[in-house]
Design a binder for this molecule. Structure first.
Ligand code: 3HC
Length: 291
């Protein structure tokens, strides 16, 4: 099946990046959010991130101009439904996602493939509440979307082969690489990445090292582009905690228990870059460790 028109629900951190890469790949994009302000912020970010790519000669100014004309914003789910592919990229909250899928339902076309960018919620469970579990998949992008090469494709128990093959072809047209994950808690990337981040928080909590020494160790000792605590701030500490809870609840193994210090930061509302404070304080000119 050929995909030309794509609807995206949620214009936040992930949604704006997803709109960015689809528009550059030549798809017509409808980007939806509940607040006009979020849509405006998303369009400004897309503009700025495309400028970075123009400056680095990854795309031409004409590519950018054409891509921007392909993105239409809307506050109505009714505009998102009638597309070939719909990607839900709203808050990582199952109730919110279920409400969105229910709201989209009357507006979907017969052939619309419904997907979620969830980082950890069961695809099979989300799919079972829609009218099309066979045309439902996990379509999981990494942050920052325009830069990261991988898209995880997660098959629910009922996902049919045509849906999977269609989504795989879309990932390739985006110029990215698909990896296939089965539908178990947190799939592949987060199943491995989040326990590492959680362990870094334990190392901090137990006084094994400071924020700076933990991040420097992993950057220079394991060649990671960012240290684990810097990466946790980048992803959002609330998201990291939510994923650890999904692993802990879903696999019932104490090795996934979230570090109490991670919980404490989230309780304080220190969620990382988005709130300007997490393991680092971003309010000044350069990030300063908070411990
Ligand atoms: N849009 C477009 N381009 C961007 C961008 C954005 N939002 N952010 C960065 N870039 C580009 C820059 O322009 C630059 O381009 P170049 O390679 O052509 O020079 C390149 O990316 C590198 O950027 P910078 O030079 O500014 O900075 P760094 O070299 O420090 O790289 C980084 C930044 C790519 C974010 C790098 O630090 C990195 O790879 N970090 C790890 C990210 C990661 O692990 N992400 C996965 C998180 S897990 C996840 O998303 C799953 C979810 O479910 C939680």
């Amino acid at each position: 099946m050929e995909i030309n028109k794509v609807g995206i629900v949620g214009a936040g951190q992930m949604g704006n990046g997803i709109a960015h890469v689809f528009a550059l790949a030549g798809y017509d994009v409808v980007l939806n959010d509940i607040a006009q302000e979020s849509l405006e912020r998303a369009m400004a970010l897309i503009d700025r991130n495309m400028d970075r790519q123009v400056t680095r000669k990854k795309i031409t100014p004409e590519d950018k101009a054409k891509a921007l004309t392909r993105i239409r914003t809307t506050l109505e789910l009714a505009d998102v439904g009638p597309n070939d592919l719909v990607i839900e990229a709203a808050t990582e909250d199952e109730e919110v996602k279920n409400r969105i899928f229910a709201g989209l339902q009357p507006h979907l076309l017969e052939h619309t493939i419904l997907t979620s960018n969830t980082s950890s919620i069961s695809i099979t469970r989300l799919a079972s509440r829609t009218d099309r579990p066979e045309r439902f998949m996990g379509f999981h992008f990494m942050n920052p979307v325009p830069v990261m090469q991988l898209v995880e494709l997660i098959r629910g128990i009922a996902t049919d082969e045509e849906t999977y093959e269609t989504c795989k072809a879309v990932v390739l047209r985006l110029g990215k690489t698909p990896s296939t994950a089965e539908d178990f808690p947190a799939f592949i990337v987060n199943r491995i990445l989040m326990p590492m981040i959680n362990e870094a928080v334990y190392a901090l909590y137990e006084g094994v090292g400071s924020v700076e020494s933990i991040d420097t160790s992993m950057r220079l000792g394991a060649n990671h582009p960012m240290g684990p605590l810097e990466l946790a701030d980048f992803i959002g500490l609330d998201t990291c905690l939510a994923i650890m809870n999904v692993l802990h609840d879903g696999l019932a193994d104490t090795k996934y228990r979230p570090c109490p210090l991670l919980t404490k930061y989230v309780e304080a509302g220190w969620l990382g870059r988005k709130t300007k404070r997490g393991f680092y304080d971003y309010r000044g000119e350069r990030p300063v460790p908070t411990r």
